[in-house]
Design a binder for this molecule. Structure first.
Ligand SMILES: Nc1nc2c(c(=O)[nH]1)N[C@H]1C(S)=C(S)[C@@H](COP(=O)(O)OP(=O)(O)OC[C@H]3O[C@@H](n4cnc5c(=O)[nH]c(N)nc54)[C@H](O)[C@@H]3O)O[C@H]1N2
Ligand SMILES: Nc1nc2c(c(=O)[nH]1)N[C@H]1C(S)=C(S)[C@@H](COP(=O)(O)OP(=O)(O)OC[C@H]3O[C@@H](n4cnc5c(=O)[nH]c(N)nc54)[C@H](O)[C@@H]3O)O[C@H]1N2
Ligand code: SF4
Ligand SMILES: [Mo]
Length: 657
């Protein structure tokens, strides 16, 4: 039996897996002992990932819609039809009526080629699902410190004195990182958790701030004020390495600990303890969706400010760590955006540089992000989706479905007939991760090659093959179906990736972090144009509503729209639980197990009440893996990043029957 290695198809830790293969069949999976981040660990999802490959309902040939059903078609026919329909739509409505949006299991090469095809067609309407999770983190980091990625690697957790984890459930969402936390705790590292919910990580924390949803900005500004007023900040670091301290101090000076206690409902003592802990170097400040999907870019900026103020960036064991979601969401966000080119800002100069490699000049008018196209009355008429399931995962389902139904051409590439594929004109079957190869960038900038382990079934063709064939039909050249050639081009175009070699990507035991293998970035200078970091100048805006706050998030056994994990025998795939605090349940006359109606300003769902002290009074929690949840979550977007506020929906809860 041969051992073939690959990278797990789920979260952004990007663990290494060893597959034992014979005659194109996977007999066994075990964690890769050599992988630099996962170090011989795997979680329950990674361990069963291979079972999905044998799901009975894999799509194995292309389909086209005929009235209300799908019929089998050939690749030749599908590709010719799609190309001619695209030409027709472009001449009727212009290039801006075409859009390309992708998921983040796609490799760097797939995302890059998809993005290049969109731009070759004259549109910047190109984006990835990074938009809906950590785009606020990428934007805030880029602006304040220079690179839109974690500044420290996860191994630095073991060199820290403290780690703060805000709005992130490590035990659910990045389980293998719990190993680092447990090891760190044994070494005496203090763990601080900030979350409205008693998460698994909160249970092992030394300090837990059970914050009210959406009040992070007030908390962080008040802590900044406290550190400044009490002389607890690193004045030397601030003076030498950070700009605009005076304006920052001016803004935070009205944020008091007393008011923070009232707004966040965390006790004054705990807030002061938190402030004193982070002033003690080295500290890692880490965060998840609790910040980005509640108060967007500004929440992340307010949090990063604390690391800058305390001199906790650019040192061993201290820095900024973002728990990016999907295997290649960091990489997708690096290369695919509607308002940035893969080689830098979207301007004529960079367009000219790209044209030397691409052979065409890309447009420079800002394109539409995913959420603007789907949720803001756009004029998009032709849409390509690559392994992305927005009919499940975007908020305000009513609007999403209306938009999908309005399209004149919807092409969905996916291994399965997803909720989204049901609305397609063409469904093109794609391989699962272990049936193709390419590179992926994980949450600590580690880029690794995901190897092919087995052949795909039936007539399944790789994404790169599909993109190249469509491009050729449209008369476009310069597209490759060999991922190694695409990676070479990415290195030429995207500076972040230029110092990496394929050899180091393919060896799981070596450091292959961009831009230059650093475990803690910014030791000498920040990557901003001035070389200095910048404080974010942000203010807290009160959120208000007259009912309960519904938070939506993850649980360890399930994964996003569940397309993969629900096909693993024995996995629990449907819960529809609404977690309610017993105190609230008493007020609402609800008992454990009762069916309840959950109503927001944009929709409703029926769920089963589960009473638990895990959620804070006044808050409720539902799993985003349950399809009906996004009927209720509305489409309020962060003004700056256009990321949905999935974490804050005001709902009324009523007992049924
Ligand atoms: N098992 C599993 N793992 C996954 C995924 C999965 O579906 N299943 N998905 C992957 C993806 S795509 C992503 S992006 C990551 C996401 O990983 P996480 O960031 O852990 O995602 P969530 O569970 O959505 O939300 C995180 C936490 O934010 C808290 N929170 C809510 N509102 C606030 C607030 O106002 N302030 C603060 N401080 N916290 C708040 C919630 O209570 C929750 O515990 O996980 C990845 N890993
Ligand atoms: N209410 C609520 N909604 C949310 C969130 C929330 O917290 N609350 N979180 C949001 C976040 S952070 C995210 S990232 C999105 C995720 O939303 P999506 O990206 O839409 O969800 P996924 O389930 O990851 O679906 C990706 C698609 O890729 C396909 N796919 C998966 N693996 C492979 C593979 O190996 N090969 C190929 N070819 N295809 C594959 C799957 O079949 C699936 O159709 O959901 C968002 N939606
Ligand atoms: S921690 Fe994430 S990458 Fe690692 S095995 Fe689990 S799901 Fe896969
Ligand atoms: Mo995500």
């Amino acid at each position: 039996m041969e051992v073939r290695k690959t990278i797990c198809p789920f979260c952004g830790v990007g663990c290494g897996l060893d597959f034992y293969v014979e005659n194109n069949f996977i007999f066994r999976v075990s964690p890769s002992q050599e992988h630099i981040v996962s170090r011989g660990h795997v979680c329950g999802k990674g361990a069963v990932a291979s079972e999905v490959i044998y799901a009975w309902d894999r799509l194995t040939y292309p389909l086209k819609r005929v009235k209300d059903t799908f019929v089998r078609t050939t690749w030749d026919e599908a590709i010719s039809d799609i190309a001619s329909k695209l030409k027709e739509i472009r001449s009727k409505y212009g290039s801006e009526a075409i859009a390309f949006y992708g998921g983040c299991q796609n490799t760097l090469e797939e995302g890059y080629s998809f993005m290049k095809l969109a731009r070759a067609l004259g549109t910047n309407n190109v984006d990835s699902c990074a938009r809906v999770c950590h785009e606020p983190s990428a934007m805030a980091l880029k602006e304040l410190v220079g690179i839109g990625a974690s500044s420290v690697t996860v191994s630095e957790i073991l060199n820290a004195r403290n780690i703060v984890i805000s709005g992130e459930s490590v035990t659910d969402s990045h389980p293998v990182l719990s190993q680092y936390l447990v090891e760190a705790k044994r070494k005496g590292v203090k763990i601080v958790v900030i979350d409205p919910r008693m998460t698994g990580t909160a249970r092992i924390a030394d300090l837990f701030l059970q914050i009210s949803s959406g009040t992070d900005i007030y908390l962080y500004n008040a802590v900044a004020n406290y550190l400044i007023s009490n002389g607890l900040y690193d004045s030397k670091f601030v003076k030498e390495r950070v700009e605009n301290f005076d304006e920052f101090r001016e803004i935070v000076k009205s944020y008091t600990i007393e008011e923070a206690e009232r707004i966040t409902s965390v006790s004054k003592d705990k807030i002061i303890e938190f402030a004193r802990i982070i002033a003690n170097k080295p500290t890692i400040l880490s965060w998840g969706l609790g910040l980005t999907q509640s108060s967007g870019v500004n929440a992340v900026k307010a949090y990063i400010n604390l690391a800058l103020l305390t001199g906790n960036v650019g040192i061993n064991g201290g820095g900024l760590l973002v728990y990016r979601g999907q295997t290649n969401v960091q990489g997708s966000g690096d290369l695919i955006k509607p308002d940035v080119f893969p080689n830098g800002p979207m301007n004529e100069e960079n367009a000219k540089e790209l044209s030397k490699i691409w052979g065409f000049v890309p447009p420079i008018k800002k394109g539409l992000s995913i959420t603007e196209a789907f949720l803001r009355d756009s004029n998009v008429k032709a849409l390509f989706l690559m392994n992305y399931n927005p009919a499940f995962s975007l908020p305000n389902r009513y609007k999403v479905i209306k938009f999908l139904k309005s399209l004149e051409l919807l092409v969905v590439m996916d291994p399965f007939m997803t909720e989204t594929a049901k609305y397609a004109h063409y469904v093109l079957p794609t391989p699962l991760w272990a049936e193709k190869e390419g590179s992926v960038t994980n949450l600590d900038r580690t880029v690794k090659w995901r190897f092919k382990v087995v052949d795909p079934p039936g007539e399944v063709r790789s994404e790169l093959w599909i993109i190249k064939r469509i491009a050729e039909k449209l008369g476009l050249t310069g597209f490759h179906d060999d991922p190694k050639l695409v990676f070479k081009e990415i290195k030429e175009v995207a500076k972040l990736y230029s110092n990496l070699t394929l050899d180091e990507l393919m060896d799981y035991s070596v450091d292959s972090r961009y831009p230059d293998h650093e475990s803690s970035l910014y030791k000498d200078r920040f990557m901003t144009p001035s070389g200095k970091a910048k404080f974010g100048l942000v203010r807290y805006n009160e959120i208000s509503g007259d009912s309960y706050i519904l938070i939506t998030g993850r649980v360890v056994t399930r994964y996003n729209s569940d397309e993969l994990i629900k096909r693993v025998p024995g996995y629990r795939n449907f819960s529809s639980d609404l977690l309610i605090n017993p105190e609230d349940a008493t007020k609402l006359n609800i008992k454990d197990g009762d069916m309840v109606k959950v109503v927001s300003k944009c929709g409703m769902a029926v769920m089963k009440a589960k009473l638990t002290n895990e959620v804070k009074v006044g808050h409720t929690f539902a799993y985003m893996h349950d399809y009906y949840v996004n009927n209720v979550v509305c489409d309020d977007l962060d003004d700056i990043s256009k990321t949905p506020r999935y974490k804050i929906t005001f709902v009324k809860i009523e007992k049924l029957g």
